[in-house]
Write a protein that binds this ligand. Structure first.
Ligand code: SF4
Length: 429
């Protein structure tokens, strides 16, 4: 039996998708910050890809200097609020906190981070301003964490910045790809507005850069171009039945759910194929939409690339994992999915798992065609190759984020987008 009732209103959706890291009250933040030992050479800082001075901002919260704390965070990470909520803190800062050594609950660094930055977003308090104009213009393709972070830093350095975004909203994965129980659309978009008000970069929405002509136009109008396009659509499995209605890609499903909430109808039984964090998100989300969910992975539970806490989260909402099985064929009736034939990778036996939907969380394609048009070198996996300063093989182009890494966390893209801005400034000076 599903653990959740199908949500039929926004209120019910919010209940099913209640935040796993809710905002702290003033009292909670005060007490939690009091527990911090303000370690010297703090391991939590070393574990943060953006290197936020965590003991400093926690001390600032503890002395009721919330603005000072927000400034400390934003100086290192322009996605300070979002990262506090969506980062896998269990394996980053909180996983490194010294309290783990004595089996004591680590400091809730993520929630403290969102507490401090959230106050500044709500009050509109500004900590940065654009630098003296240096007369140079940069085009950024993609308004995700890498592109927006790059834009913020470039503005501080005095560049004019225009961002071209294919979708209708900024922040990339933060609003389109992260599970709704990690951050709400409003929270993600409020931080984007806060940054745009402060830094003054310009974003053109629904403006995908696709063709050689598009690239030629940018090359003729800008001093450098930053590519922050992330990854593409879900890769094909190339199995029979994949084209049936009700077979979806996980990233496309998560995006649709983020944009439509209770308005999308998830049927009674769903099979999610894959063992990564995206598979866990898709499984948890369909379960919270009222479905009975099977998560099928081709290797053992121990070999799943997903973080343990993500699998635990999926299990906690009723998702059932089946391991060492690979999809052989998706079976349909009247053009729609009726089941998936799963084959054991240990004994070769196969069986039919009846279901109404199949969600593929088996990797994403790359935007290789555009990168070829831009004459940018890629590795054998289609990832952009960059030098230390984030410049590509084509000197006009710089890049960071998932299109370079092949798929990391929001915090990694934010960290590298900011560093790439410095690389661009150095190359153009
Ligand atoms: Fe505070 Fe833990 Fe970081 Fe030490 S490791 S500074 S206790 S958060």
């Amino acid at each position: 039996m599903p653990e959740f009732k199908k949500p039929t209103s926004e209120q019910e959706f919010e209940k099913n998708f209640s935040q796993i890291k809710p905002l702290m009250s003033d009292t909670e933040a005060y007490y939690e910050s009091s527990r911090c030992l303000f370690c010297y050479d703090a391991p939590c800082v070393n574990a943060c890809p953006t290197g936020i001075d965590i003991p400093l901002f926690i001390r600032q919260i503890n002395s009721k200097n919330d603005s000072g704390a927000a400034k400390t965070i934003y100086e290192s990470n322009f996605f300070g609020y979002a990262c506090g909520k969506v980062c896998p803190t269990e394996v980053l800062c909180e996983g490194a906190c010294v309290y783990n050594n004595s089996d004591v609950k680590p400091i809730e660094i993520g929630r403290l981070q969102s507490y401090a930055t959230g106050k500044s977003i709500q009050s509109g308090k500004k900590y940065f301003k654009a630098g003296k104009p240096n007369g140079k213009k940069i085009a950024i393709i993609g308004a995700g964490p890498a592109g927006i972070s790059c834009a913020c830093e470039l503005r501080i350095l005095g560049f004019d910045v225009d961002i071209f975004e294919a979708k209708e909203k900024p922040s990339g994965l933060t609003v389109h790809g992260v599970a709704p129980y990690k951050i709400t659309n409003k929270e993600a978009l409020d931080e984007m507005k806060y940054l745009q008000d402060q830094f003054g970069f310009h974003i053109t929405y629904q403006k995908p850069v696709l063709t050689k002509t598009d690239l030629d136009t940018l090359e003729g109008s800008y001093d450098a171009i930053f590519i922050g396009i992330g990854l593409g659509a879900t890769s094909e499995l190339k199995i029979k039945g994949e084209q049936l209605a009700n077979v979806f890609g996980a990233v496309e499903f998560v995006d649709t759910l983020r944009m439509n909430h209770h308005k999308i109808s998830v049927p009674g039984k769903v099979v999610v194929l894959g063992g990564g964090n995206t598979a866990m998100d898709a499984a948890s989300e369909t379960a919270r939409m009222g479905a009975q969910v099977i998560l099928a992975y081709r290797r053992s539970k121990e070999e799943m690339p997903a973080y343990d806490f993500e699998y635990d989260l999926a299990k906690s909402v009723g998702v059932k994992g089946v391991f060492n099985v690979t999809p052989e064929e998706i079976i349909g009736e009247n053009g729609k999915v009726s089941g998936v034939r799963l084959k054991s990778t240990t004994d070769g036996n196969s069986y039919l798992e009846p279901c109404d939907w199949v969600i593929k969380a088996t990797g994403q394609s790359k935007h290789s065609e555009l990168l070829r048009l831009a004459n940018v070198s890629m590795d054998e996996k289609g990832r952009i190759i960059v030098k230390e300063n984030f410049q590509t093989s084509n000197k006009k182009y710089f890049a960071a984020g998932d299109a370079v890494s092949g798929g990391e966390e929001v915090v990694n893209a934010a960290a590298n987008g900011k560093k790439a801005a410095k690389g661009i400034a150095a190359a153009l000076s």
